[in-house]
Design a protein around this ligand. Structure first.
Ligand code: IPE
Ligand code: IPE
Ligand code: MG
Length: 249
């Protein structure tokens, strides 16, 4: 079945966010260590990025490491950081040559030094690219991001730079690490879990949610197409009634 032909090219999401989950279970099923699952998951990232770019998606945000993930066994955390450094270092030129701009959200300064350096170099190298933005959520916590925005705003009110009445959705959004990035129209979570796990809480207010049982290392091009087809089958009402939506088309 040719899934791509079922996609309405004029109605692809501008921003897709993905909670890439299930690497550990995937590895366990094959009798391997969890890290083997993370390594294999990189293949899915490559394929999904390519497919998203071809569909003219402008932002692909991938949840790669949450602040809560520091609580995993040290061996796994070290392995993940090592994988991150190797992958970013190894892929930066290829990303640059294929028109990908790399961005990061989360507390990047809280990452180990070598990770931070590689990430910053890759962002610098690819900053002129415009085909697609690959946004990596690293050391990310939506609650911390919201608290940080709140503190920045409180500080500005304290200094007299901003009045309380001026705090709006837009002003608030501009103090998040996703500043300048449109909210995702579509959020995908793999591995059969139906939760958000502290990801983009503010930004997904009106996102369509797509949950799939597929484990991340098995998630390929066709799975992304299925998610987009599912998204396109929904009616996004934004609090209105169906008749108002059909009239505006
Ligand atoms: C997602 O896969 C990757 C990260 C959280 C870094 P998991 O490692 O959470 O895999 P499961 O959920 O244990 O199968
Ligand atoms: C969410 O997955 C974080 C990432 C995908 C990076 P987790 O596996 O950490 O989430 P929980 O613990 O199942 O909620
Ligand atoms: Mg998990």
């Amino acid at each position: 079945m040719d899934l791509l032909s079922k996609i309405d090219k004029k109605n692809t999401p501008e921003h897709i966010a993905i909670i890439m989950d299930g690497n550990g279970r995937w590895a366990k099923k094959q009798g391997h260590m969890r890290l083997h699952g993370h390594n294999t998951g990189v293949e899915s990232v490559r394929e999904v990025l390519k497919a998203a770019k071809e569909m003219k998606v402008k932002y692909l945000t991938l949840y790669a490491f949450s602040t809560e993930n520091w609580n995993r066994p040290k061996e796994e955390v070290d392995g993940l950081m090592d994988l991150l450094v190797r992958t970013i270092a190894g892929e930066a030129d290829e990303l640059n040559n294929s028109g990908v701009r790399m961005l990061a959200i989360g507390d990047i300064d809280g990452l180990p030094g070598d990770c931070n350096i590689e990430l910053r170099q890759a962002m610098e190298k690819t900053k002129q690219n415009t085909d697609i933005n690959l946004v990596l959520a690293l050391n990310y916590s939506a609650r911390s991001e919201i608290i940080s925005a709140t503190k920045q705003l409180a500080e500005k009110v304290n200094n007299g730079e901003l009045s309380v009445d001026e705090i709006s959705d837009e002003v608030f959004s501009n103090h998040l690490t996703t500043k300048g990035i449109p909210d995702p129209e579509l959020l995908i979570r793999t591995s059969g879990e139906h939760r958000i796990s502290n990801f983009l809480l503010w930004q997904i207010a009106y996102s369509e949610l797509h949950f799939t049982p597929v484990l991340w290392p098995d998630f390929k091009r066709d799975d992304l197409y299925k998610a987009v087809i599912d998204y396109q089958s929904r009616e996004r009402r934004f609090g209105m009634v169906s008749e108002q939506i059909s009239k505006s088309i």
